[in-house]
Structure formats: structure tokens, C-alpha cells
Write a protein that binds this ligand. Structure first.
Ligand code: CP
Length: 336
């Protein structure tokens, strides 16, 4: 496996093996010896801000004995053009083909975070930046969040579900509940949640208001995977029904395709949706559910403070598990 872009590349058994390896690494974070990445480098292109992804990736590479080369857009690297055949007479100084070609001569793996522009959904869903890096790279490539997928978050979430609910997740009830947020956020996290949970055979309910449908192709893949694994995927506008009986409440906001590129219009539309916020009364409707959110979270906007601080919150466990799953992934992709 030399590409980790959608998160599904390893297959069901491969993903299970990655989580097993991550659990072993979590139990013994620094086993001694030179480490599988000794003398090796990972170049990470951050085209957008990050706290957890940036820090957990660097910690993962260092704990495996390697070296991270972080390259952040807007702080020292050339702005990149991702379109094939572009006439580069605009702001971009360098084509991704040349940048990736050069980086592959220094680094043993590339990682890239490239958010969508949030202007044109059909263009964003092509994941131009991460696909271009994957196309031109001659070394393994890891997607650190694109328009469509946040696969490392998906792995960390799967690890967290297994820790909370047990290894066999078939039929366990996860509700992904849309939350109000002042900005339109990418769909990468909810996509990866439904893809990973369905792969594990969970009973997945996605609750959101009108206009916030997830990508049809992602949902179709999730439904097929759930069918194969003994689970199911449902979509509802009824958040109370989604909360009732849930064992995991996954709170997350995302933007609506009908308002794509029309932030002000969406903000006006969303004004009446601020009750889509997880609070203590919501959690009381569940089956003693665990609260999950990938962070960063807008406190008392998306989720109430008291819920985030309660023993039922697993948000920091999720954040920690990013480290362990990324170590397992890099060790596997680099042959450790
Ligand atoms: N969950 C997550 O990816 O966090 P960051 O955006 O801070 O990296």
C-alpha cells in the first residue's frame, strides 16, 4: 500500500490490522532500538492550518526514529498550481508536478493537507490537490485531510470506537449529528466517519437539517459496506430519533451543497438552526453515549462545555489516537 487517500485502500482486514498495530504502539510508545523510520524523512505539505494533524504527525515520525519536513503554505514555500496544462500567469509560482518531483528526491514519504476552496462543489469533490500529489509522487502518499476525506481521523475514530465499545462493532449504534457552526466546513470528517463506521458494520444514523446531504457516492459506498458487514446506514432529519438509543454521538458541522460558495446566504439560512447543538439534555436521550468530535470544536456553539468536560467525552482520546494510528500507518507504508 503506497497511497492512503480515501482511507479504504488497505481494505477491511488491512484496516483492522492497522488498528491492532496502533493498539500495540499505544501500549508501548517507544519500544527502543532505532525505530522503523531511522534515517528516513517525511515531507508534509500543509496548505491549510492544523493543530492536531501537524503535531501528531511530527510526534509519530520522531517516535518512529524519523524526521519530519513540515512545509506550510504562506510561510516559506512557493504557492502551487495543481491543474494540469494550466498557463501559470497568475499567483501560483510552481507546478505541483515539479514540487512533488523534487520532494520525492529528499523524502521517503509525502503527506498533504489540502482543504477545499468551498466555492465550487463539483470541482472540490475531485480533490485536485491530493490527487495531483498522489499522481506525481514516486514515494508513499498520505492524505492529511482533503475536500472528501480525512482518513487519518477516520482511523483514529475507529480505534476509539473499538476502545469504547469493543473490537466487534457490528450493530453498535453510532449517530453522526450535524451541528450549527458560523462557517461552512468541509465534508471530509463526516465522509470518513460514515465510511469507517460502515466498514466496521456499525448501525449508523446521520442526522442533519434539509440541504446538508452528504455526498451521494460516499453514502452509496457506506451503504454497500454496511450491507456486507452486517450493519446499516440511515439518514434522518429527526435529531431526537437519532439521539435515542445512540451509543456514540459524533457531533460535527459541515457545509450545505445548495449554498456552496454563498457563505452569507448560508449563514442567513442557518440562523434558525442554532438548536442543532449537543447539550446535556441531548446526551440524556441516548443510551449513555460517548460524545465524539474531531476538534477543533466551537464550545457552547457546537457542543456545550459541560458535555465536552464530562466523563462521556472522548474528544481527547480521539486526538491522542491520531498519534498511534499514524505511527502504525507510516510504519506499514514505509515497510517497518
Ligand atoms: N482533527 C483535526 O484534523 O484537527 P486539526 O485540524 O487541528 O489538525
Amino acid at each position: 500500500m503506497d497511497r492512503f487517500v480515501t482511507g479504504l485502500e488497505p481494505g477491511r482486514e488491512g484496516i483492522d490490522a492497522l488498528i491492532d498495530a496502533a493498539q500495540t504502539l499505544k501500549a508501548a510508545p517507544r519500544p527502543g532500538g532505532p525505530g522503523p523510520l531511522a534515517g528516513r524523512s517525511v515531507a508534509a505539505l500543509f496548505l491549510n492550518p492544523s493543530l492536531r494533524t501537524r503535531a501528531s504527525l511530527e510526534a509519530a515520525v520522531v517516535q518512529l526514529g524519523g524526521h519530519l519536513i513540515p512545509l506550510s503554505s504562506g510561510s516559506g514555500i512557493w504557492s502551487l498550481e495543481f491543474r494540469d496544462g494550466a498557463v501559470m500567469d497568475g499567483g501560483a509560482e510552481e507546478h505541483v508536478e515539479d514540487a512533488v518531483g523534487a520532494l520525492c528526491r529528499y523524502a521517503d514519504a509525502l503527506a498533504v493537507r489540502a482543504y477545499p476552496d468551498l466555492v465550487d462543489w463539483q470541482r472540490d469533490r475531485e480533490d485536485l490537490a491530493v490527487r495531483a500529489v498522489a499522481r506525481y509522487a514516486t514515494v508513499p502518499v498520505v492524505n492529511l485531510e482533503s475536500a472528501m476525506y480525512h482518513p487519518c481521523q477516520g482511523l483514529a475514530d475507529l480505534m476509539t470506537w473499538r476502545e469504547v465499545l469493543g473490537r466487534d462493532l457490528r450493530g453498535r449504534r453510532l449517530s453522526l449529528v450535524w451541528t450549527w457552526h458560523p462557517k461552512a466546513l468541509p465534508m471530509a470528517v463526516p465522509d470518513s466517519v460514515v465510511l469507517m463506521a460502515s466498514l466496521a458494520g456499525m448501525d449508523v444514523t446521520v442526522a442533519h437539517p434539509d440541504g446538508y446531504d452528504l455526498d451521494a457516492e460516499v453514502l452509496a459506498t457506506a451503504e454497500r459496506q454496511a450491507g456486507e458487514a452486517g450493519g446499516r446506514v440511515r439518514v434522518t432529519r429527526d435529531r431526537d430519533a437519532a439521539l435515542s438509543g445512540a451509543e456514540v454521538v459524533y457531533a460535527r458541522s459541515w457545509g450545505g451543497v445548495p449554498w456552496y460558495g454563498k457563505g452569507n446566504e448560508e449563514y442567513r439560512h442557518k440562523a434558525r438552526l442554532s438548536h442543532w447543538r449537543i447539550d446535556g439534555m441531548d446526551m440524556a436521550k441516548t443510551a449513555d453515549a460517548t460524545l465524539m468530535h474531531p476538534l477543533p470544536v466551537r464550545r457552547n456553539v457546537e457542543v456545550e462545555d459541560a458535555v465536552l468536560r464530562s466523563p462521556r467525552s472522548a474528544v481527547l482520546r480521539q486526538a491522542e489516537n491520531r498519534l498511534h494510528v499514524q505511527k502504525a500507518l507510516l510504519a506499514r507504508m514505509l515497510g517497518g
